[in-house]
Design a protein around this ligand. Structure first.
Ligand code: SF4
Ligand code: FES
Length: 680
């Protein structure tokens, strides 16, 4: 630690920290544009210049490290003169079009100009004009407003992993440019909208739809991946107008994926189901909720229709909340079925307690990562950016996979092979370590073997730990854990995959291919289901099919009764993320049309069919019970469960980040991005 003085007050600061970091830590304001705590230092805007004793010129606070005895003045005349001059300089070419700029009211340039600038401009000459660039369907450009801070350029290179934007030209001619005819393709590109300190990069779907002061901010949790990112939905007149990240250093830091940011557009899709629908012949007729529940009563009430064991099949998305899962569990027992498939995107689990087995932030404390399988770029782009950061910091990222995904990170060792060969590879690694005979060997396996220690984390993707071939691998991996003390973790993908697994541990998570009396499908579409043909076969053979879903979709015709459920933003509940963190969220907007949250539908259904202990008044009352049912077991070694692999498909399912759930599929902006990417 070193002792420094800021404005005459003494502070202790870590060595090598910069003046701006010490000032931020101690609540002292220094204006800045190019500096961002998560990006490299560019020091090109000069807005943070401060006077430092014994230095002839002011120094940039973002790029100057503190030294013992340093005396800094953030409010002196010299500092204020610098701030005013830099502000005047930056505004020379800025169009000052705040009244028609989406950033107005939340603009760093506007705020800083008010606080540190001069009220008058001395600039009489013509301002420069920069042509706007088409960066794709998500980000809109107004490059006359750009102050060349280069935050967007550094973000896409350092965090997004792709150098998609650059600064071309010099001095007054410097401008932001994408590569010729290219849009920005990163899965987390929308973060440049938040990073841009002016209105040069704004959200295309949100453009001109609301002013920042007109919206109410509501917190929620991302439903799209297992990270559980913290989101802030901005609401106006009962509609979600945009979604921004809510900073949480332990989980999503200050970023979110484009899927989290733009999925809200799907809420008002034309496919929304307005009322319950009952099949009559080949058509559906709208009915009231009361009629719908009476129809369900006739099918599911034990006194009217007693089912034999396992005569009801239940398919559920892995995005249903803990509360909904708890009610579903009770209803399933009441109607006497264990034919529940609660994670339709995947095979049934083969191992006990698949989870990250640690905290998300702790991943970065390891020296070596071995990524076994997984489609991280499509499944969990923010976890991938943490690995990217590790690679940039000189740690090793090693990949063993069946497909050579372009993860846009620095990879130290890579083995791409069919999954059936994984066992041989791990046995080879084990042999290298246990016999030490292959000292002269020069192979990727040897490189990986040399990395295995307690500072190594083996992360296994969902594709792999649910594939029957993984059963042959567990033994040798467990031996490697014993030999090297390396740590293990799994990468489940659904927003509540871990919660469902912890609650439904006693279910086998599959559906037999047979004739059922009735089926219930919860918040899912054919595109979400790995075994599509089984789903369609079961629905075809079953006597009565209930679909609970917000949207009409390809398989709607197979249902006899369709109940309109809400989307995530109209619902409340709890998810358990991949690190087993229990996170609750409340309703962001009221349900659209006559849709109801799934937990309310299940609760009322329970009452109609006289399911015992079903008198819950609120979602939080259900949560109390649901959380008690979560298993606390941890993943220490790979322990096989559920070895009946007849229900496991060996097929590899290539996932698409913009096709991951019903809401994402209905976000026009995300679908246009997908189309553009596929056309390249
Ligand atoms: S577009 Fe925005 S973030 Fe990018 S350099 Fe210009 S001002 Fe900075
Ligand atoms: S913030 Fe320091 S030079 Fe830009």
């Amino acid at each position: 630690m070193v002792k420094i003085k800021i404005n005459g007050k003494t502070f202790k600061a870590p060595e090598k920290s910069t003046i701006i970091q010490v000032a931020d830590d101690n609540g002292i304001e220094i204006p800045r544009f190019c500096y961002h705590k998560k990006l490299s230092i560019a020091a090109n805007c000069r807005m943070c210049l401060v006077e430092v004793k014994n230095f002839p010129k002011p120094l940039p606070a973002c790029a100057t490290q503190v030294n013992e005895g340093m005396e800094i003045f953030t409010k002196s005349k010299q500092t204020k003169d610098c701030q005013q001059s830099v502000m005047e300089f930056l505004l020379i070419n800025h169009p000052l079009d705040c009244p028609i700029c989406d950033q107005g009211g939340e603009c760093d340039l506007q705020d800083t100009a008010m606080a540190y600038g001069s009220p008058k401009s001395r600039y009489q000459e013509e301002k420069r004009v920069v042509l706007n660039k088409n960066l794709g369907p998500l980000v809109s450009t107004d490059l006359n407003r750009c102050i060349q801070c280069s935050r967007c350029v550094r973000f896409l290179k350092e965090v997004g992993g792709m150098q998609e934007l650059g600064l071309i030209g010099r001095g007054e001619h410097a401008e932001i440019s994408a590569y010729v005819e290219k849009s920005v393709d990163s899965e987390i590109s929308g973060n440049i909208i938040d990073l841009c300190p002016v209105g040069a990069l704004t959200s295309k779907p949100f453009r001109y739809s609301a002013r920042t002061w007109e919206m109410v901010r509501k917190s929620t949790i991302s439903p799209h991946d297992s990270l559980g990112s913290h989101l802030e939905a901005h609401v106006k007149d009962g509609n979600v107008m945009r979604v921004l990240p809510k900073e949480n250093e332990d989980i999503n830091e200050c970023w979110i994926s484009d899927r989290d940011r733009f999925s809200y557009i799907g809420i008002n899709s034309e496919d929304r189901i307005k009322t319950p629908l009952l099949k009559t012949g080949s058509n559906f007729k709208p009915i009231s909720w009361d009629e719908a529940f009476h129809t369900l009563e006739r099918v599911f009430h034990p006194s009217l229709n007693k089912f034999k064991e396992d005569e009801v099949a239940i398919f559920s998305s892995n995005q249903i909340t803990l509360e909904e899962a708890y009610l579903l569990d009770k209803l399933a027992s009441y109607v006497g079925t264990k034919q529940v498939k609660f994670d339709v995107a995947n095979n049934p689990n083969l191992i006990a307690n698949p989870s990250l087995n640690g905290m998300i932030g702790d991943v970065e404390s390891f020296e070596n990562i071995i990524l076994l399988g997984s489609q991280l770029r499509n499944e969990n782009p923010l976890l991938l950016q943490r690995l990217r950061k590790m690679g940039n910091a000189g740690k090793t990222i090693n990949i063993i996979n069946t497909v050579d995904f372009d993860l846009q990170l620095t990879v130290s060792n890579k083995i791409i092979q069919p999954i059936k060969d994984f066992q041989k590879t791990f046995e080879h690694i084990h042999k290298i370590l246990s016999t030490k005979v292959a000292k002269k060997e020069n192979s990727t396996e040897k490189n990986i073997a040399n990395l295995l220690s307690e500072k190594t984390l083996l992360l296994v993707g969902e594709d792999i730990y649910t594939n029957p071939a993984f059963m042959n691998l567990t033994n040798v991996i467990n031996q490697l854990i014993d030999l090297t003390s390396m740590k293990i973790g799994c990468l489940p993908t659904g927003s509540n995959s871990v919660g469902l697994q912890q609650m439904f541990g006693n279910y086998v998570n599959h559906i037999d291919d047979k004739k059922y009396q009735a089926s219930i499908s919860l918040n899912l579409e054919l595109e979400d289901i790995k075994d599509k043909s089984l789903f369609e076969r079961v629905l075809k053979k079953s006597k009565f099919n209930v679909g609970v879903t917000p949207f009409l979709n390809k398989n709607s015709k197979q249902f006899d009764l369709i109940l309109p459920s809400t989307t995530h933003f109209e619902n409340e509940g709890t998810f358990v993320n991949l690190e087993s963190r229990v996170q609750s969220f409340s309703q962001t907007i009221s349900p659209k049309f006559e849709s109801k949250p799934l937990w309310k539908i299940l609760r009322v259904l329970g009452n109609f069919i006289d399911c015992p202990d079903f008198t819950f008044e609120s979602c939080s009352e259900i949560k109390e019970k649901a959380v008690q049912k979560l298993s606390k077991n941890k993943l220490k070694r790979f322990n096989l469960i559920n070895q009946q692999v007849k229900h496991h498909s060996k097929d590899f399912w290539l996932k698409d980040i913009n096709n991951s759930d019903a809401l994402v599929r209905r976000s026009t902006a995300l679908q246009n991005t997908k189309r553009l990417r596929s056309e390249k």
